[in-house]
Design a protein around this ligand. Structure first.
Ligand code: UDP
Ligand code: MG
Length: 329
């Protein structure tokens, strides 16, 4: 290959989960954009347990262009862990995280690099518009960002996704943060450094369907909240104080009413509602505790974050073996 892949200026990381039809277009647009900048680059493609033939397509791209570096997972570990593996295997002085479905335009990368050259260590892209997404997705996303913004301790910019440029220094810090349930866009704010937003229009998917069904979206949201906030845990305390306070007021009121001969709080219904309501609140609080304890347990087990079937180095040694075999034949 004409270009060396040793420590390029930019690494582009794209997590791939069944993106067969998007891969060639992703490669083409990344390559076109990067060639227009004249910078050295690598494209780290993480195959997150695809079953639609994406894996072979990634390998084919890597065989054809040494700047494409494949990381193949042993199974589906999820988007955030795929990106994490991308950070682990990238060498660039800066790293851009991008979705493989081309909702994030690679053409924005030169602008991000311009900001980076100005001295910003994190350049996050802010979605001003979203195309081709359902009303449900847009509304839940809008709510999600607003809630996160209010209850977390770090100021996560609204409407910014994982599409961002990170300086090597930021990547090196992120690599030491081995938490299992991760919310990378929060983590990359948490590290600090000079950060700036860059507005862009989020396009519709180039091909295929979203890989984030409601179930995954909910898990992602709870990872984000539990990872960056104790607010849900404190909620039980607040509700506890509120209901204890209310009953302290209610006790003398009821006694006085009763002495005055009122029938106001007679009957089972009142008791039943109060018991059910408080029972519900207690169960919800227990569930919230469970969310945190489950995550603690996962951390305590200390399993690896992801398992790879093949790393870029494995891939290279295989292909060089193939080459030397074909030469000796
Ligand atoms: N993705 C992944 N593993 C998963 C789910 C998604 O690697 O378990 C990748 C997917 O291939 C895409 C990116 O994460 O490159 C974003 O996913 P998607 O476009 O489905 O999310 P949406 O844009 O709908 O929120
Ligand atoms: Mg998408």
């Amino acid at each position: 290959m004409k270009q060396s892949t040793e420590n390029p200026t930019l690494s582009i990381i794209a997590p791939i989960y069944n993106e067969y039809d998007n891969l060639p277009e992703l490669y083409r647009r990344v390559r076109q954009t990067m060639e227009s900048t004249g910078e050295t680059w690598e494209l780290v493609l993480i195959d997150d347990g695809s079953s639609d033939g994406s894996t072979e397509r990634i390998r084919a791209l890597a065989r054809q262009d040494a700047r494409v570096r494949p990381v193949i997972f042993a199974r589906n570990f999820g988007h955030q862990l795929a990106v994490t593996a991308g950070l682990d295997y990238s060498h660039g002085q800066a790293v851009v995280i991008i979705d493989a479905d081309l909702q994030d335009p690679p053409e924005l990368i030169p602008e991000m690099m311009a900001k980076w050259r100005e001295g910003y260590e994190v350049v996050y892209a802010v979605r001003t518009e979203r195309e081709g997404e359902t009303w449900f997705k847009k509304t839940t996303a809008a709510w999600f960002y607003r809630i996160i913004y209010r209850i977390t301790d770090v100021d996560i910019p609204r409407d910014s996704g994982d599409f961002r440029l990170l300086d090597r220094r930021v990547v090196d810090v992120l690599k030491t943060m081995r938490e299992r349930h991760r919310f990378l866009r929060g983590m990359s704010v948490w590290v600090g450094f000079r950060q700036i937003g860059l507005p862009y229009k989020r396009a519709a998917r180039f091909a295929g369907e979203t890989k984030y069904p409601l179930r995954k979206m909910l898990r992602f949201a709870s990872d984000a909240i539990t990872g960056f906030s104790y607010f849900p845990l404190q909620l039980a305390t607040y509700i506890g104080f509120l209901s204890a306070g209310l009953s302290t007021i209610a006790i003398p009121v009821v006694i006085i009413l009763r002495l005055a001969g009122s029938q106001a709080f007679f009957g089972q219904a009142t008791t039943l509602i109060a018991v059910l309501f408080l029972g519900g609140v207690q169960l919800i609080s227990l569930g919230i505790l469970g969310e945190y304890i489950g995550r603690l347990y996962d951390e305590a087990k200390g399993r690896p974050l992801y398992v790879t079937r093949e790393t870029p180095d494995d891939f290279r040694s295989q292909t060089t073996e193939d080459n030397s075999q074909s030469l000796s034949q």
